[in-house]
Unconditional design. Structure first.
Ligand SMILES: *Cc1c(COP(=O)(O)O)cnc(C)c1O
Length: 453
């Protein structure tokens, strides 16, 4: 089941790359100890078997999927060189490729004149965005919703910026009344708008946040680490669309190519609308080699050494699958959302289950219905295990009870938080497997509910 055909393309590409260095005086590298390498690799393969099958459509749990074969091959190809995008001298070609690939991502948000680069992931990307925010709004607070990724609070601690959470509404979005009241009290420097929360894919109401910004002058940082690529999807709800229509006027955006951009881990991206923030990165390192007058990415990045291979992989992927509406890549996202909606409809129509709200992106949450919130929570964990035994891998999440309020009926509210099941249907192939996923899920749930004492 694991693709091996693409290895042929890698061999051909490697031949082309090798030819690029044909003018060098002959040099015979130390012969690789092929047999020992094979032994170590086989041992590695044995160890790697100990994983959930993230590549398979029946893995429908966390935000996990393998990169596109082209990304995997381009990354591997670059490993024969191992360029470092810290400086042009360390990664000439891949620095140029990074600039091109990042410009394509920025263009999807309508940005032409911007500052941005790749980094280790969404956490590093937001670290930079909040670091910039803290310098431009010194002494003021960072606000994010209670459903924002926990990284924002922790990063604010690292940066020694005061942080406050804003409550969420029944749809998992930032509560606008609460935000308006909080902003009225003053001293807010930056609001983090989550564009697709990690737990439920809920989108904070960006148009309303931007209205408040117009009045109060704080910065808006869009954490689109997970949801950002959905700007290309054309089957979104009205509110989701209206957020994407305005995302171009936020101050900074974070998006993770290693989440929905088909990349290996180690590929996040930060974008600033005002390229002028580049001045905040100024340093005069005696180590960085300045053989070129051209701006190099190390001058606008907090991380120093960065993998040129990540840029090569992203560049190759976007060459194969351009970031445009109606294209193959966008269609893949639309299929994930369609899958989530289809599975949600089935779950919602079945009285075995408790649901919260319809998925805004491609993530759905639900729980087997018990007599109390605590019993439902216990049952969720049992269904998680029973489904895994049948080969269906889901995830477990803890969500506040107010997300479920409308559907609790007579259920005893003996806990503030409800443990539920969460399914991220982020692979285009999920669409063909919804029926099968549903069969396994309902059978596992029926089994667990039948065993109830
Ligand atoms: C995944 C995620 C992050 C963290 O990004 P990493 O790439 O894991 O560092 C931040 N925010 C959101 C909304 C995410 O989904």
């Amino acid at each position: 089941m694991l693709d091996q055909e693409s290895l042929n393309a890698l061999r051909e590409a490697l031949r082309i790359l090798d030819a690029g260095f044909a003018k060098l005086p002959t040099y015979t590298p130390n012969a690789p100890r092929v047999e020992q390498i094979a032994e170590a690799l086989s041992a590695t393969a044995e160890r790697l078997k100990d994983n959930y099958p993230y590549f398979h459509p029946l893995y429908a749990g966390q935000m996990l999927k393998p990169p596109h074969p082209v990304a995997r091959m381009a990354y591997a190809l670059a490993m024969w060189i191992n360029p470092n995008n810290h400086a042009l001298d360390g990664g000439r070609a891949t620095s140029a490729m990074e600039k091109e690939a990042v410009a394509e991502i920025a263009a999807a948000f309508g940005w032409k004149n911007f500052l941005g680069h790749l980094c280790g992931g969404g956490t590093m990307a937001s670290l930079e965005a909040l670091w910039v925010a803290g310098q431009l709004q010194p002494g003021k607070k960072i606000l994010a919703s209670k459903q924002a990724h926990y990284t924002h609070q922790r990063i604010s601690g690292v940066l020694q910026l005061a942080f406050e959470s804003v409550p969420t509404d029944a749809l998992g979005r930032m509560d606008m009344e609460a935000l308006a009241k909080r902003v009225e009290r003053g001293n807010v420097g930056t609001v983090v708008a989550t564009v697709g929360t990690t737990a439920t894919g809920s989108m904070d109401p960006l148009p309303e946040i931007l209205e408040l910004r117009a009045k109060h002058g704080f910065r808006v940082h869009a954490d689109a680490a997970y949801g950002g690529y959905f700007i290309l999807a054309e089957n979104l709800g009205k509110d989701t669309r209206s957020t994407f229509e305005q995302i171009g006027i936020v101050d900074s955006i974070v998006i993770d190519p290693h989440k929905h951009g088909l990349q290996p881990y180690g590929c996040g991206c930060v974008l600033f609308r005002d390229p002028g923030v580049g001045r905040l990165y100024k340093h005069n390192s005696p180590y960085t080699y300045f053989s070129s007058a051209e701006l190099h990415l190390g001058e606008i990045s907090l991380e120093c050494s960065r993998p040129g291979a990540a840029a090569a992989a992203l560049w190759a992927t976007q060459r194969l699958l351009p970031l445009k509406k109606g294209g193959e890549f966008a269609r893949g996202l639309e299929q994930g959302r369609k899958s989530a909606l289809a599975l949600f409809e089935k779950v919602k129509a079945d009285s075995q289950f408790l649901t919260a709200f319809a998925p805004e992106l491609d993530i759905l949450v639900f729980a087997p219905r018990g007599n109390s919130v605590s019993e439902t929570s216990t049952l969720s964990r049992k269904v998680f295990e029973a489904a895994a035994k049948r080969g269906l891998h889901l995830a477990v999440a803890e969500l506040p009870i107010h997300f479920w309020e409308n559907n609790l009926g007579g259920m005893k509210r003996d806990r503030e938080r409800l443990t539920c099941l969460r399914s991220v249907l982020m692979k285009p192939e999920h669409l063909e497997w919804v029926e099968r996923i549903w069969e396994l899920l309902s059978a596992a749930t029926a089994e667990v509910l039948a065993l109830r004492t």
